[in-house]
Ligand binder design. Structure first.
Ligand code: BDP
Length: 693
């Protein structure tokens, strides 16, 4: 096997000379050296894209020849590829394109290029956009939707097309091969003939980059749009309505990927409204799209106010249905059993559904991790979930292996990420939030990639040669920028956990400002309990935490042994999940020897100190970053730092009312009062940047 280390090219790029507004993402242009591309004589858009990318991005030997070969090879799976310095071979045209991006990435990041095969872990790697037809984005922090807008909604402009093309290219470069264009809280409008016209235009822009188009659908569309009396999935008229709607869609978008459905969840209509099961609903739609090769992604995010422990409900609802779904249905499961919190144990549905295809859903947009304000690199959180051992088919049955077809033989495999993209010039609001889009794609391609590797790769692609004064040498740049900023990224999610919801605390944010700041007290009169923090933290004079042990809600029993016993016993339960599974006295003795109260306070303080350290690290990185992005990130870190103090003060002062214990001397004393924080209720956020012109 031939290993060629491509030189880490510092000089001679054009990127240092242009303004860096972040719009180019990890695909900043570089002066290319000439290359000859030999490709199959086929009139193919994907191959034309691959050739163009090579010609405009080649950093290898000038005058080299690269061969693109479409050749069946059993060792290559899905859209995988075989790579060498001079050739890309794949079973599919998409595979060729992905191989080309990998080749260019390795050239740009100076990674060793070993001949070999790269296969995707998952067949379908999808972004879910929570975009509404009026242009707003649910839980979006980067401006309005790139797909929809309120005014002249359906007119497709040249600017729309350019943006969709740029978006598709970014996705293709990291192996994302599908996009769900609209919110899971779906408007029936999306299926109207008018909107389907725009869906077609979007699909046409995404196709040259191998990105398939999917839609979220509202289960009651036959009633709301079709004027039928019912949306009962077993009713022949309903089935007929969906069949003719599918026909209409596939006429416009022949390679349409399928439907994503949030049903019988958070007030959304669903099969249960008609006494039917999730399987009845999903199967009806699956049969409708089957003739076209379509898929149905059916979400397992279900809970109702009636049950005692929200964390148990999805499992209780879906496990009895295992084996009842069609093979073109994939059940989409959030990483944790509650809801995208800064830290949750993995959802017990992973591995427990053995005869059903299950796909992990991660949230790229930072609903609970600081919106567009906080710097949170999320790959470590996803890695933590993917590498968790479920034990469902013996040791080593990780979440990744239970969902990618290695443990169970599902017909399809997939991973979804809720997108953080909007109309902001830099796409994601925070410059570092681009790393999460990038990391999602890289992990969906290879679920065992290490977060650190992804961070380094992204930093090189995004910031190398960005400063007005280039670094003295690669070694200088590595030591002064790459290493410290990689460390910052790797520590960033844990810092947020520490200053907001450490030790298994969850869902204690205020909802007044869309889940950004602290709100352990939060709960307007009449609000259902499971939407308020006191339900989750259960703080009282006798202790804190949600009792999910065998004598509590018994959520622990949804985990396979040895986890059930391990989680059930506070002596063996990992500290990071302690208050998720246990209600413990404030003076409970921790493994560290400290009381629970002291330990909690130290976590909150550590989080605050960490963000201050991030500020210092970033300030020192100034010479290596262009002024625009340096200033933007510096400002956000400043705001984050103040807000972290608010989190710490709010939670410690609030919990202290119950613990009646002093804040340990090692902890920075509060600078706010609890009363002021409760009245204030809205931590500051910097003004929104100007919209893309
Ligand atoms: C919650 C969000 C809500 C989503 C819901 C979902 O707060 O906006 O609609 O998840 O995933 O986290 O359906």
């Amino acid at each position: 096997m031939k290993n060629i280390l491509l030189s880490f090219c510092f000089l001679g790029t054009v990127s240092g000379l242009r303004a860096e507004d972040g719009h180019q993402l990890w695909l900043r242009p570089h002066a290319a050296t000439p290359v000859t591309v030999v490709a199959p004589a086929k009139n193919s858009v994907l191959l034309a894209t691959a050739r163009q990318e090579l010609q405009q991005g080649w950093q290898g030997r000038a005058g080299a020849t690269v061969t693109l070969a479409l050749k069946k090879d059993k060792a290559i799976r899905y859209d995988g590829f075989r790579l060498s310095t001079q050739s890309v071979q794949a079973n599919t045209e998409r595979g060729i394109l992905y191989g080309v991006y990998e080749l260019l990435r390795r050239q740009q990041t100076g990674q060793a290029l070993a001949d070999g095969i790269s296969n995707p872990s998952y067949e379908h790697r999808l972004l879910n956009h929570w975009d509404n037809p009026d242009g707003s984005v649910e839980r979006g922090y980067a401006g309005q939707s790139i797909f929809w807008r309120k005014d002249s909604a359906l007119v497709v402009t040249k600017r729309d097309q350019k943006l969709w093309q740029e978006y598709a290219r970014a996705n293709a470069s990291i192996g994302i091969n599908g996009s769900v264009l609209n919110n899971v809280n779906a408007s029936p409008l999306i299926l109207s003939a008018e909107y389907l016209g725009r869906v077609k235009a979007i699909a046409d822009a995404l196709r040259p980059y191998g990105v398939k188009t999917y839609l979220s659908v509202k289960f009651s569309s036959p009633v709301l749009l079709g004027g039928l009396k019912t949306a009962d999935p077993l009713d022949p008229a309903v089935i007929k309505w969906w069949q003719s709607k599918a026909k209409e869609i596939y006429q416009q978008v022949p390679d349409f990927g399928g439907f994503l459905v949030k049903a019988s969840s958070e007030g959304q209509p669903g099969p249960q409204d008609y006494g039917r099961t999730h399987a009845d609903g999903a199967n009806m739609l699956a049969d409708v799209v089957r003739p076209y090769g379509g898929l149905v992604m059916w979400r397992a995010f279900v809970y109702s106010p009636s049950d005692k422990d929200r964390a148990k409900q999805a499992y209780n609802e879906f496990v009895p249905l295992d084996g009842k779904f069609r093979d073109n249905v994939i059940v989409q499961v959030k990483n944790g059993p509650v809801d995208f919190q800064p830290r949750e144990p993995f959802s017990p549905l992973f591995g427990a559904l053995k005869k059903t295809a299950v796909m992990p859903e991660f949230q790229i947009t930072q609903e609970y991790l600081g919106h567009e304000i906080d710097l949170a690199y999320l790959a470590p959180m996803w890695e933590e979930c993917l590498q968790s051992d479920t034990y469902q088919a013996g040791p080593g049955s990780t979440v990744a292996r239970c969902t990618d077809g290695s443990v169970y033989r599902q017909a399809h495999s997939a991973m979804a990420g809720v997108s953080n993209v909007g109309l902001d010039t830099n796409w994601t609001g925070h410059d570092f939030a681009q790393a999460n889009w990038y990391a999602f794609g890289r992990l969906a391609w290879n679920s065992s990639t290490k977060s650190a590797q992804i961070a380094e790769e992204w930093l090189k692609l995004t910031f190398q040669n960005a400063a007005a004064q280039p670094a003295a040498s690669a070694a200088d740049w590595n030591a002064k920028f790459l290493t410290p900023v990689t460390q910052l990224m790797l520590a960033s999610r844990e810092a947020i956990v520490d200053y907001s919801m450490p030790m298994g605390l969850h869902h204690i944010m205020s909802a007044t400002h869309g889940h950004y700041g602290p709100g352990p007290w939060w709960g307007p009169p009449g609000m259902r309990a499971d939407w308020t923090p006191p339900y989750y933290h259960q703080a009282a004079a006798n202790g804190v935490g949600f009792d999910r042990t065998k004598t509590g809600s018994d959520a622990v029993s949804q985990y396979h042994e040895p986890l059930a016993s391990q989680f059930n016993d506070p002596a063996t339960c990992p500290d990071q999940y302690l208050l998720w599974f246990h209600h413990l006295p404030w003076d409970f003795k921790m493994k560290s020897g400290r009381t629970l109260w002291d330990e909690l306070a130290l976590h909150y303080d550590r989080g605050v100190q960490q963000v201050r350290q991030f500020q210092r690290t970033w300030d020192q990185a100034q010479p290596y970053v262009d002024a625009e992005r340096f200033g933007a990130v510096q400002n956000k870190l400043r705001t984050q730092s103040g807000n972290a103090v608010m989190w710490k003060d709010a939670c410690l002062l609030y919990f202290q009312q119950f613990s009646r214990m002093p804040i340990p001397a090692a902890v920075e004393p509060p600078m706010h009062t609890l009363e002021a924080l409760i009245i204030y209720d809205t931590p500051p956020r910097p003004p929104r940047p100007a919209r893309q012109p």
